[in-house]
Design a protein around this ligand. Structure first.
Ligand SMILES: Nc1ncnc2c1ncn2[C@@H]1O[C@H](COP(=O)(O)OP(=O)(O)OP(=O)(O)O)[C@@H](O)[C@H]1O
Length: 346
């Protein structure tokens, strides 16, 4: 069976949130130059005007639809998934910038469905129609099976959103070189759209029930396994979505319990930034073990899966936070992954 190898940089796309009435701006203007894929910030202070430019692969303005993002950025990853190549997609940005809107959507109307729904529907549709983009030899005796896991990460604790059990789960690694996995996580077999919808709604409801915890990373993993006529596993890949917590800095006086939570939250975000920094500098030691988030993202940060960061930008924010967000996004797009398809020996 063919083995696919290539390397590519983590793709970063920007999605600008529509303006909210009544929210004020500071002494700055943020414009998108779609011809040069550039964000231009003009900032004035003491009668001086400074201009800052940030270039990205693709910038979507506030008029873009969920389908446009899907076709441009996610669909190519679905193609690879059927070749046995995994991918991780994460939504990054300040609180309220549209991360959940992008991944999950707004309501059940087709035009508002988020990237997770659109991806799952396409995967299930391809399997049903056996139209595997010509990247799989079409043989009737081959079978694809889809599984799904949904979990949250908060205060370095992982909770299974598809199980009624409230115990936290452990991250394990088989050998030093291997990627990390979550022990005993529920992997639900999904055969059709309704089963997918039921599972996702169950996961979202359980997450929302736990409203005491404000800062949770929300993970949805879709596994694709390919079996031969003897029911032997021959290829396996996953598509992972992560709804990040808001990456803004804290300014207000929070309760001590909330402060503790914030420190944990920033532990994972700082670990994420350290990993990006070490990878950019091509350092030998990459501190994946510093947080649960970076352990789980090991394959997508300098590893063997494809990776896409959707950076949600709300320009009605503090200008320092906008610069900080765009700088982080630029750092991420300098990281290269070494992608290969995972075959199993027959
Ligand atoms: N592209 C968009 N078009 C229309 N409304 C949007 C868009 N993006 C976000 N919104 C709206 O902005 C609000 C905040 O969005 P959302 O909850 O997705 O932010 P978030 O980044 O996930 O926030 P948090 O980090 O606090 O979870 C919601 O009411 C959402 O419907």
């Amino acid at each position: 069976m063919e083995q696919i190898n290539f390397d590519e940089y983590i793709r970063v796309i920007i999605r600008k949130k529509p303006l909210t009435l009544g929210k004020s701006f500071g002494n700055f203007k943020v414009c998108i130059n779609q011809v040069d894929n550039c964000i231009v910030i003009k900032q004035s202070s003491d009668e001086q005007e400074k201009t800052y430019l940030y270039n990205f692969d693709t910038i979507f303005d506030e008029t873009c639809t969920q389908q446009q993002i899907y076709r441009n950025a996610i669909s190519p990853l679905i193609y690879s998934l059927f070749q046995g190549i995994s991918a991780t997609i994460w939504a990054y940005g300040q609180s309220g910038s549209g991360k959940t809107y992008t991944l999950i959507g707004f309501d059940d109307k087709h035009e508002n469905l988020g990237q997770i729904f659109l991806s799952a529907y396409e995967i299930l549709g391809i399997i049903k129609s056996k139209d595997y983009f010509n990247c799989v030899q079409q043989q009737d005796f081959e079978e694809f099976v889809v599984y799904m896991s949904i979990y949250t990460l908060s205060n370095e604790i992982i909770n299974d959103m598809l199980s009624d059990n409230h115990e936290s789960l452990k991250i394990k690694q088989q050998t030093q070189e291997e990627y990390f996995y979550i022990e005993s996580i529920t992997k639900l077999k999904i055969s059709n759209e309704q089963e997918f919808l039921d599972a996702l709604h169950k996961g979202i409801n359980k997450k929302n029930l736990n409203n005491k915890i404000k800062n949770q990373y929300f993970f949805v993993d879709i596994f694709l396994q390919r079996f031969d006529q003897d029911q032997k596993l021959i290829k396996s890949s996953f598509l992972r979505f992560i709804d990040f917590i808001g990456c803004q800095r804290t300014k207000r006086n929070y309760s001590s319990e909330y402060q503790r939570e914030i420190i944990q939250v920033y532990t994972s975000l700082c670990a994420f930034n350290r990993v990006i920094c070490q990878l950019q500098n091509l350092n030998a030691h990459i501190p994946y073990r510093d947080s649960q988030l970076t352990k789980l993202m090991k394959s997508s940060l300098g590893g063997n899966s494809r990776a896409l960061m959707i950076c949600n930008l709300n320009i009605q924010q503090d200008i320092d936070e906008i610069h900080s967000l765009l700088r982080s996004a630029k750092n991420v797009q300098e990281v290269k992954n070494f992608v290969w398809s995972k075959n199993y020996i027959l």
